[in-house]
Design a protein around this ligand. Structure first.
Ligand SMILES: [Fe+2]
Ligand SMILES: [Fe+2]
Ligand SMILES: [Fe+2]
Ligand SMILES: [Fe+2]
Length: 400
């Protein structure tokens, strides 16, 4: 069944405002919820935060009072959506548990996007990045075992494996080498624009999250690990945002944002296992259809083109949270030792990379390495969750 969000009717904007009772959603059950329901919540929070911040930036560049007022009206609804979505997370989870869930999102969302991406250069960007968040998950899981004495399988529930990826200390590149080439807005497939926006938004919220929660940790190793990985998330935002064609007009970008919100709410409505959460995805989809209609009007008026020229004629296959274990193992065995040089990828550490490493490490071992040693000292082993057998890279096998 095809669904063209540009031709659907949503809820009129003046019927979208919710009162306190409607905003006060019941959070998901922390012990029995589907981990992928939590992943969908985190993803949509990242999307709504991007919708809000993008709209603020657009408003700051917009001299027309009436358009600014319309942006403010829609943005207030986006802000209510963000509240509803993120408040589905239960308050009992620790910051570190939420952190592990964020990295699980980064792993399974990026792996799915990498699998589906039709453009080989963009696909490579996702394949490259996913092996880094995969390693972050392993580092935080060790921190979790060491300081909270619990195991990450309680959170990821065996859906995502936890073991070394590209070692975190090797993610610190010269910032120049984090900038990729953008897609071409006139020739790229519409799905590629949606993928880039989705992953950029997810990484951006992870970056923001670590910026704010990092210093709430008390243990020195935890504070240091958040600093280290927080800096890598900055690199990841640079990496993914540079994939988006900066030649898109503000109105085209607004249109793509609203279209992507429709796409993701529709995807999650189709794949959600929790009926109460599914009802929220459906309600928000019906709100987004109206946001998209309003953005399409602005696009026609101010960009002078027809939205059907830049958007997909129907929604692509739903974004799906599902295990990507075999795919990730394949990437581990083929791409673990690459880095970036300029806008491309190379196998060897180059001079600019080495210089950055030296300057940042200052002769010390990175927190991401120390956390594994520290956990071994406390727990007697390092933490891993290898449901599919030994690590595909021989030198990273657990019982080497
Ligand atoms: Fe929204
Ligand atoms: Fe990460
Ligand atoms: Fe990341
Ligand atoms: Fe929206």
């Amino acid at each position: 069944m095809t669904f063209n969000p540009l031709r659907e009717r949503g809820i009129p904007l003046d019927k979208q405002l919710r009162n306190w009772r409607e905003l006060n959603v019941v959070p998901i059950d922390p012990d029995h919820a589907d981990p992928y329901t939590r992943c969908r919540i985190i993803t949509m929070n990242g999307i709504e935060v991007e919708a809000i911040m993008f709209s603020h930036h657009l408003a700051r560049h917009c001299p027309d009072l009436e358009i600014k007022q319309q942006l403010a009206r829609v943005r207030y609804i986006e802000a209510q959506q963000q509240k509803v979505v993120n408040w589905l997370l239960p308050g009992v989870s620790s910051v570190l548990e939420t952190t592990i869930a964020y990295e699980q999102v980064a792993v399974d969302l990026t792996a799915w996007v990498a699998r589906m991406e039709p453009d080989s250069y963009l696909k490579q960007a996702y394949q490259f990045g996913v092996l880094e968040d995969f390693d972050h998950l392993y580092r935080y899981a060790n921190l979790y075992e060491m300081i909270e004495h619990r195991k990450a399988e309680k959170i990821v529930d065996g859906l995502t494996e936890v073991m070394p990826g590209r070692p975190t200390y090797l993610h610190h590149r010269n910032p120049i080498d984090n900038v990729r080439e953008p897609y071409d807005r006139s020739s790229t497939a519409p799905i590629s624009k949606l993928h880039a926006l989705t992953i950029m938004s997810a990484e951006q919220q992870t970056m923001n999250f670590y910026m704010n929660v990092g210093p709430t940790a008390m243990e020195p190793i935890a504070r240091q690990l958040y600093q280290e990985i927080g800096l890598i998330e900055e690199e990841h935002v640079t990496h993914y945002e540079s994939l988006v064609d900066p030649g898109e007009s503000w109105w085209e970008m607004l249109l793509n944002h609203e279209y992507n919100e429709c796409y993701l709410y529709h995807s999650f409505m189709e794949t959600e296992s929790d009926p109460k959460v599914k009802a929220i995805w459906e309600l928000h989809l019906n709100m987004e259809l109206e946001h998209l209609r309003l953005a399409a009007e602005l696009f026609k008026r101010l960009d002078g083109r027809d939205p059907e020229q830049v958007c997909a004629p129907e929604l692509p296959a739903p974004v799906t949270f599902e295990p990507n274990k075999a795919y990730l193992r394949e990437l581990l065995s083929t791409q673990i030792d690459i880095t970036t040089l300029g806008t491309g990828y190379v196998q060897e550490a180059h001079e600019r990379f080495e210089k950055m490493q030296e300057a940042l490490m200052g002769g010390e071992v990175a927190p991401s390495e120390r956390v594994i040693d520290d956990n071994r000292a406390v727990s007697g082993h390092e933490y891993r969750l290898q449901t599919e057998g030994e690590h595909p890279v021989h030198s990273l096998a657990a019982n080497r």
